[in-house]
Design a protein around this ligand. Structure first.
Ligand code: EPU
Length: 347
């Protein structure tokens, strides 16, 4: 009997797969690994960065594997910094709040991002001027090829903007034979009293002032400001199906950015990690697509980067509107937007 994945993806799309395995203890991994040898599989995290499409009649012919590994362990401190190991099945936002409640700073700008701890390094989640790779020391994974545990120091993870080695191997190799299953992530965090807040992102300092916080803010206060900004702009996936930003901000060379900015006054151009990025939200809005509705899918009227499921959307509706946005932005600006979520199966 096919298994429904509808409650396991935050867009709330109807999708089906042959089988689903939850890993609740890492001691189960050798047996699971043997059972999946030469079998197609897909590793599902919190389902907040996927567009799944497969009907009940033609389900995904694979086994979905989902981490239910739990636990946060303190590792020996080093050079005045705290080190934590968090299991991959923990909910990302709960982990962030745990670190803050335990007097640790460093993850506050990443509060309220949906998904699991194990998925965070895969696409190197980022928000409000911080990328998770800046706080990661190592990623622990199970290697389905060697049937063994493996540790990736952060330097070897090839972290980039919404990118990592894990994304490369899982999705740019055969998409249905991901090699690594992330079991835990090690973080390095500062004591809250010594943490340096990152407040450079537009609107964050202003929000702290509106909340009555006098600088320098404590990490928990920064988290509250981030949470209030996110709640204002981004729909809560438990209420309205969505996957956050549907497109990546285009990374372009500086010359093109300058040319586009001079032709299009107001186009936000920003530098991050030596890259020049344009605001996809602004491009979509300027191409006239903000708030557009097609069937059961809409471009959010609050944030043009977010596509929302109005209740009964199908993957075809979502991908159709996404394509229409890509065409509109291409026609207006000559840029092709790249989707941020993984489309499974790939088109
Ligand atoms: N903008 C518009 N119209 C819109 C939306 C945005 O003109 O409808 C312009 C505004 O000028 C705004 C600028 O775009 O000032 C930037 O918008 P925002 O601060 O919301 O950030 P973003 O670049 O659109 C990125 C991440 C978000 C992250 C925010 C905050 C990507 C693809 N998205 O969005 O990440 O929360 O910054 O740091 O990098 C996600 O990945 O799912 C996600 C939500």
């Amino acid at each position: 009997m096919p298994i429904s994945l509808q409650t396991l993806n935050t867009l709330g799309l109807t999708a089906w797969a042959d089988a689903l395995i939850g890993v609740s203890n890492s001691t189960e991994l050798p047996a699971i690994s043997q059972s999946l040898e030469e079998k197609d599989r897909f590793i599902l995290g919190g389902g907040s960065n996927v567009v799944l499409h497969a009907s009940q009649e033609a389900p995904l012919a694979l086994t979905c594997v989902q981490s239910q590994l739990k636990g946060i362990v303190r590792l020996p401190a080093r050079e005045g910094l705290s080190r934590l190991r968090c299991a991959s099945g923990e909910t990302w936002h709960d982990f962030v709040m745990w670190t803050l409640a335990n007097g640790l700073g460093g993850l506050e700008n990443l509060a309220l991002i949906p998904g699991t701890v194990g998925a965070a390094p895969i696409q190197n989640i980022g928000a409000y001027g911080v990328e998770v790779c800046e706080r990661i020391e190592a990623v622990h994974a199970w290697d389905f090829e060697r049937h063994d545990h493996v540790v990736f120091p952060a330097e070897s993870c090839q972290f980039g903007y919404r990118h990592s080695l894990f994304k490369e191997l899982s999705f740019q190799g055969p998409w249905n034979r991901p090699r690594f299953f992330i079991t835990a992530v090690d973080f390095v965090l500062s004591p809250a009293t010594k943490s340096s807040p990152v407040l450079s992102y537009k609107g964050l300092s202003e929000r702290l002032t509106e909340l009555g916080v006098t600088e320098p803010p404590m990490p928990m206060q920064v988290a509250h400001a981030v949470i209030s900004l996110r709640k204002e702009k981004l729909p809560d996936p438990s209420e309205v199906g969505n996957v956050g930003s549907f497109f990546k901000n285009p990374v372009v060379d500086e010359e093109l950015a300058r040319a586009l900015a001079s032709q299009n006054p107001g186009l936000p151009v920003f530098q991050q990690n030596n890259q020049t990025k344009l605001s996809a939200g602004w491009l979509i809005e300027s191409a006239g697509m903000k708030g557009v509705q097609r069937g059961q899918v809409a471009v959010s009227a609050n944030h043009a980067l977010v596509l929302t499921n109005l209740g009964a959307a199908t993957a075809r509706d979502v991908l159709g509107l996404a394509h229409e946005i890509q065409e509109a932005v291409m026609a207006r600006f000559g840029l092709w937007l790249e989707p941020e979520p993984q489309i499974i199966p790939p088109l």
